[in-house]
Write a protein that binds this ligand. Structure first.
Ligand SMILES: Cc1ncc(COP(=O)(O)O)c(C=O)c1O
Length: 406
């Protein structure tokens, strides 16, 4: 069982005076930052803020710390070091990827997108229709928001080059069977691009075991600095045309991130792994490999989240005045709970703010998914999202506050 006092001690926000009495339920928008990341970022700006990889001490340390971040994250993700790259955001990364696929695909080729995704893993791909690429939409069930792999099967044929889908939607919350969907897509000869932004905060996945060709997430939602982290497996990376400077073409982690990296933030990403390893050590679950440690930390986080989530799902399911988007069982969903009500989501979030609940309201850039579920887009949804550091007391306070505003 997760030692919640230990966990919260790793996050300076919980000791911050200005945040006392505030319960944070907008984690899907961006999590609090763990202390090792803040410490590394500060150290970098104080001691290492020079062009990295030059032959003087501060620069060597800067470059080494950036390399360390990539190496240790790759270990946790179960992939090779050069298969991990850093961009300014996931959205920026998908726009660059779409450009690479545009150059690689032929007119008449097809890609599959969903209407469950955040726009970041949808719009950039859909725009390829302007270039003669056929875009097929894998649609959710309008009542449940569920993405049925059987329906994907009907869309797959030998013209499909790529299937884009979320590990977990930022409003539906259901965890999609990535390994199964990937296997189906691979069997049809297509690659997959998985948006893991809404899943990774609940435990970094073993991307190697999932089999995804591309796996994307945003470190500002996984206790780190503001970066978009992209895993691209080598076989695909070598196939797609280089999007960076021509002389960097062989350098896989530069091949799809044309902008110069944010050195300090890349380096600070090593702090996320410091945190995950500290969690593993404290709970006695250090594995034989970094990937095994990652899986153990993931499982610790998920077990706690599932336990805390069910009472919230039970409560909102019992209220006739709100509609829960996505499944009502905690096992197969992330603790990202979107509710549609007669009152607009933003207005509900404003009322909750008065009660010391930090939540969000709106469309969360999941316009297609919410519309497909029949949500009134003038009202949007109230979204309540938490992670492993949330306490039982905060969930109780949330339910009491919801009772007062719903
Ligand atoms: C599921 C999902 N995908 C993608 C994104 C976009 O990430 P970024 O802000 O790094 O571009 C978000 C951001 O909220 C998201 O929730």
């Amino acid at each position: 069982m997760l030692d919640i006092d230990f966990v919260r001690a790793q996050f300076p926000a919980f000791a911050e005076d200005s945040l006392q009495g505030q319960s944070f339920f907008e984690n899907a928008g961006g999590s609090y930052t763990c202390a090792p990341v803040i410490d590394r970022l500060t150290r970098f700006y104080r001691e290492r803020k020079v062009q990295p990889y030059a032959p003087y001490r501060a620069s060597e340390l800067a470059g080494a710390e950036m390399d360390e971040a990539r190496l240790r994250l790759a270990g946790f993700l179960g992939v090779d070091t050069q298969e991990v790259s850093f961009g300014p955001s996931t959205t920026q990364n998908t726009y660059v990827l779409a450009q690479a696929f545009r150059q690689w695909m032929d007119p008449g080729d097809a890609i599959i997108v969903t209407n469950q995704d955040h726009e970041a893993n949808s719009g950039p791909w859909r725009r390829l229709a302007d270039e003669g690429i056929e875009v097929r939409e894998w649609q959710i069930d309008p009542d449940t928001g569920h993405l049925d792999p059987e329906k994907l099967n009907e869309l797959l044929d030998d013209r499909v080059r790529l299937v884009c889908f979320p590990h977990c939607s930022n409003v539906v919350g259901e965890i999609n069977p990535v390994a199964k969907i990937t296997a189906l897509s691979h069997a049809a000869g297509a690659f997959v691009c998985v948006d893991g932004v809404s899943y990774a905060p609940h435990g970094l996945p073993d991307v190697g075991a999932l089999g995804a060709d591309i796996y994307l997430f945003s470190s500002y939602k996984t206790y780190g600095p503001h970066q978009g982290i992209m895993v691209m497996r080598e076989s695909l990376a070598r196939l797609l045309p280089n999007q960076g400077h021509y002389f960097n073409a062989d350098n896989l982690y530069k091949r799809f991130t044309p902008a110069g990296p944010d050195h300090a933030q890349v380096a600070a990403c090593a702090g996320m792994v410091d945190y995950f390893e500290a969690l593993a050590a404290h709970h006695g679950v250090i594995g034989a490999t970094p990937t095994a440690t990652g899986v153990a930390v993931h499982d610790l986080m998920r077990a706690r989240e599932v336990k805390l989530l069910q009472p919230l799902l039970d409560y909102v399911s019992s209220r006739n005045s709100v509609r829960l988007i996505g499944p009502a069982q905690a096992e197969n969903r992330a603790p990202t709970v979107a509710l549609a009500a007669n009152t607009p989501g933003f207005a509900l979030a404003t009322q909750l703010a008065d009660q010391g609940i930090m939540a969000g309201g709106g469309d969360f850039y999941a316009v297609r998914g919410l519309s497909a579920c029949g949500v009134d887009m003038d009202k949007g949804v109230l979204r309540l999202s938490f992670v492993h550091y949330t306490t039982e007391a905060e969930i109780e306070k949330l339910i009491e506050s919801l009772d007062a505003v719903l």
